[in-house]
Ligand binder design. Structure first.
Ligand code: URA
Length: 276
């Protein structure tokens, strides 16, 4: 853990507030066992950016918060923000102060690594210095632009890239148009490539102009050059390719070549999409 994250954790532990004392909400006491030396649940929720401390207390009172599988109704319950599994409405909340999550809009011409022996531009040129070492979640071709997630959360990263967890990635591709209905049907049915069939989650033609059409492909697998190979196989080779979404995270208005921190809500949604 970096010095800054350690300091944040210590500040959380030291920050005494008499409102945190062991009160309960009028409901029967819960059977959750406090973590000795832990911090108050509402403080952990507030520090993670879920809601203000007051709003977090309301969530606790409403029975919406669980810790390690137990619904907690006391405001004073003590948790370990690094290891306790905290959920709001069943969705995981990451309270560990050293976990980092970012979205980057990768430009074309940038390799999907943090360092390149050939000296080409890399993701590290866009991430700058982060307080913990982060790594990219999967790859895009050098010539593909769009959304790449970066994190130091290995469990989440593995699940987001493994086809078993069926996290859908959305791509927009420019191809020779128009794209006939028969081709769209063929893609939806499943196209056979050299290394096996491609199962798309959805395919739609966004613009069917000649000579260039725009198509949207949603897939939960990440074989190399998969979108380019798929479109080539049906006679519509890709000239421009962008990834616009990974699971619930949308590129939205993120400018090309910039990075932003994911919100606590977005991290919870990623956890849910990855079945965590
Ligand atoms: N499919 C491709 O062909 N290229 C990418 O970069 C991503 C998916």
């Amino acid at each position: 853990m970096s010095k800054a994250a350690r300091e944040r954790l210590n500040a959380l532990r030291a920050d005494y507030d008499p409102r945190d004392e062991d009160r309960h909400t009028g409901e029967d006491r819960d059977s959750y066992t406090d973590v000795p030396g832990g911090i108050r649940l509402q403080k952990a929720l507030a520090a993670a950016g879920v809601a203000s401390r007051r709003a977090s207390e309301e969530m606790i009172a409403a029975g919406r918060v669980s810790v390690d599988g137990q619904t907690v109704r006391r405001f004073g319950a003590r948790v370990d923000p690094e290891t306790s599994e905290i959920r709001v409405d069943g969705m995981r909340v990451v309270t560990a102060p050293d976990k980092l999550y970012f979205a980057l809009n990768k430009p074309r011409g940038v390799v999907s690594t943090m360092w390149d022996p050939e000296g080409r531009p890399t993701l590290a040129d866009y991430t700058g210095q982060t307080e913990e070492r982060i790594f990219h979640v999967g790859r895009l071709d050098t010539e593909t632009e769009g959304l790449i997630l970066l994190t130091n959360d290995g469990d989440l990263a593995n699940r987001l890239t493994h086809p078993r967890y069926k996290v859908v990635k959305t791509y927009v591709a420019k191809v020779p148009g128009p794209v006939p209905h028969g081709v769209a049907r063929e893609i939806r049915k499943g196209v056979e490539l050299d290394d096996g069939p491609v199962e798309v989650d959805s395919f739609r033609v966004v613009d069917n102009d000649a000579p260039k059409a725009m198509v949207e492909i949603r897939l939960h697998e990440g074989r190399k050059h998969i979108v380019r190979r798929l479109m080539e196989a049906v006679g519509h080779p890709v000239s421009d390719l962008a990834r616009t979404q990974v699971g619930p995270i949308d590129l939205n208005a993120l400018k090309l070549g910039t990075m932003r921190t994911l919100t606590s809500r977005e991290v919870s949604e990623l956890y849910e999409a990855a079945g965590l």
